[in-house]
Ligand binder design. Sequence first.
Ligand code: C2E
Ligand code: CA
Ligand code: CA
Length: 714
Amino acid sequence: MSSDSGRKCVLIIDDSELNRKQLKDILKDEVDVIEAKNGDEGMNVIREKFHQLDIVLLDLIMPGKLDGFGVLSEMKREHMTDYLPVIMISTNNDPKNIEKAYDLGVLDFISRPYIERIVRRRVLTTIKLFKKQRDIANRIDRNYKADDEVRDSRTGLLYKTNFFNQADTQLRNLNLGNLWMVAVDIDHFKLFNSYYQWETGDAYIKKIGQTLLESAQRHGGVAGYLGGDDFAILCPARMDIVESLSNNLNRYLTDNSFEPSFRVNFGIYPIVASMKQSANDLYDLAAIALETIKGDYTVNISVYDPTMIQKEQDEYKRLLNIQEGIKNGEFTIYLQPKVNISTGKIIGAEALARWNHDGQVLGPNLFVPVMEKNGLISTLDKIIWDRAARFIKKQIEKQVQPIPISVNISEADIYTMDVPELFSEIIRAYDIPAGLLEAEISEATFANAPAKAADTVNRLHEIGMSVSYDDFGTGLASINTIESLNIDMLKVDTSFLRLSADAPEHSRNILEPVLGMAQQFQLPVIIEGVETAEQMEFLEQMGCDYAQGYYFHKPMPAEKFTKLISNPQKLDLTGIQVSVPQSYKVRQILDSSYISDEVIANIFGSLLILNRDGETVRVGWSLQDIDGDSELSDLVDASSEVPLSDMVKDTDREAFLRLFDEALKNRKKGAKGSFIFVFGGRQHLIRLRIFYMRNNINEQIYYAMCDEIEDEEK
Ligand code: C2E
Ligand code: CA
Ligand code: CA
């Protein structure tokens, strides 16, 4: 849609001549600029030069018949916003206006004072991204249209109708035994395409097609391509077939260093022969099973059960309600104080989303998961960030000491928007110090999108914000990357702690190494979910400095929080400190009185995080043992290519694997056993004690304590 010269063409609609001139000066080296001085003139240019324009920069408030909203409404009515991106130029950043403009199809906004680099980048990126999305939409349309072709040239799979026909034939063939219909797609493929290149997405689609085809050829059955990122396979009712597909495709992601959250999901419908449904109907049921695991990072295979239909319908209704709620401004923040354990004084607060619905205040578990599934979560997050910034601004205006407020960032946010840039805009719009607004990024995000998350952390630091690592301990996948991440604070999740009275030893065993590690990295730690005095005492003994939990304060409305902090005695504005500032070696942790004797006895040499995938056990992370040059450290080397399970002597391997099953069954007590390992050309008898922690994508995570009983010559 560019002008003849091949340069992009920008239309600026603004009644202020000065504004137009400033923007034109910023942009004119790179693009052609057309100006319009009011809404009517702008609309005329749009109609006349629709095919030449690449983007519209639109002022909202203009005199005359048509203001910015008027122009937007007309464009939307004529479906022009589907083809021509609009960026809003706003002089006043009333969030109501911003929300309304987004509703009308505005993609982004630029506010004054104009920062040249940002304006230029914003305009050019929007043109590029918008074009890419249109290309994708066209490609997908074309895929669907090409249905009369028998096979897709890219994947070699049968197209929709042909696939369903052939599947129907196979379903009538009674010799095939029990069958499954499996719906297959990529978790948020649209994000994949906007994050990587279209060609990269294309290659991924091709890989999936080939993998499914090979499986159908090997095990029997038929595979089909339904367009976009949707695939289906009719296969023998065997979980190992689906699991091997899943493993194959996950390996493809790893080999190409793609973010693991773009894994392939499988929805299985076990076919009941007597029901005689068509392949198409069976696919719809499999797709419902698939839908239930969208956005759930812990599973990627789901088997249909009849309650899913009801759940699906309920969720759909809830989603409509939520969208209505956003329009009506029903979402707001509650604030939960973070305190210094030893003084009880408040050091900051976390902004948590709440939904004022039908006279009730609803918590995030009723809306966050649903919104995460369909991407609406980013809209909510922006509202919450805005409210938090507004709260900070109000404190400053009241001339009370403002305290830092943290907000949550979702994984979808970092793919779909330029998070640091949005924050700098919010910070500028409210004119607040960047240090008062903090970001929380969850462990799930760090595990699913390591590269993108690390980049986000760095760029948030550049604009002066601090970043917390949220829910630490829920998915140890990325534990060894924490040091390089430059995180400002670790928030330790309570479920990881299991601070229950019946297993204090267990909590201690986990928490001590975590604190030790945090101190080694000089990272302050905040414990979440402290509910009782006992827990508080326990934490204090362990040397924890900061906490957030019902025992101190529940999340509360902003007004109540304001009242609470109006007493300066209750505040601690000295900032977060690490209690043990010098760098810690493991030896020092073990030598210090800081750690209990039991733990020293227990972990003696090494603490390991083990990842188990079927018969293979790998070391995910290890705490270096005391004696750095002993052979035990070779064994626990996380970077070793050889899986730990391959180092177990053949005769011991079965028992070794059984230990993991036992630990899985017996979560509290774990499982103990001794096995012969062969490494460095020698045999070593090693005693292991392992605990099951959690599932991660395709593997189970355990933590293990181990020590060598004796080492024998071969
Ligand atoms: P989170 O970020 O880990 O937030 C802490 C949660 O722990 C909050 O639940 C808080 O009320 C709760 N909590 C605090 N102290 C205690 C305690 O002593 N005992 C117990 N049992 N719970 C405690 P909440 O507000 O229900 O939020 C749940 C989750 O929803 C949050 O977990 C966060 O993941 C998500 N969430 C909340 N607000 C937002 C948001 O604005 N955006 C996004 N993306 N997610 C949000
Ligand atoms: Ca949080
Ligand atoms: Ca948390």
